[in-house]
Write a protein that binds this ligand. Structure first.
Ligand SMILES: [Zn+2]
Ligand SMILES: [Zn+2]
Length: 136
């Protein structure tokens, strides 16, 4: 299946194909900057299945970190669309709120709960982990 999405102002449009490798709620400190405060609802997709169909994404990576994430965003409206993360080569972590339809989102894990805030609610059926789930 092909999923489509865009940034808030519409300058950026994108699409990607399945598979969706995981569906996550991330509670880490960094994600709270990008989500506005709530856990970040994200999916992990294959980088080679992702296509920008309108506009051009800007990138940002912190220079003070040894292994920074590269963040992709719209330079006009600032919407953060996806992240390239050194621990996940070949993958993109995509913010589900940028998808035209994200009603199907069903988180499989709540991660970095070591940073969970008192107002963060994790659905009862979603397993939670201090950091990330142990490798299978
Ligand atoms: Zn935009
Ligand atoms: Zn996070």
């Amino acid at each position: 299946m092909t999923h489509t999405g865009k940034c808030y102002c519409g300058d950026i449009r994108f699409e990607f194909d399945d598979p969706i490798h995981s569906q996550l709620l991330c509670h880490c400190r960094e994600c709270r900057y990008l989500s506005g405060g709530e856990p970040n609802a994200s999916i992990v997709i294959s980088e080679d299945k992702f296509r920008v169909t309108k506009g051009e994404l800007n990138t940002f990576a912190r220079e003070d970190l040894e292994n920074p994430r590269t963040r992709f965003f719209c330079k006009n409206c600032g919407t953060h669309i996806c992240v390239k993360s050194p621990p996940r080569p070949g993958m993109l972590v995509l913010k589900i709120g940028t998808l035209d339809d994200h009603s199907w989102f069903s988180p499989q894990a709540a991660i970095f709960c070591v940073d969970q805030q008192p107002f963060h609610q994790i659905p009862a059926n979603v397993p939670s982990f201090d950091k990330t789930p142990p490798p299978k």
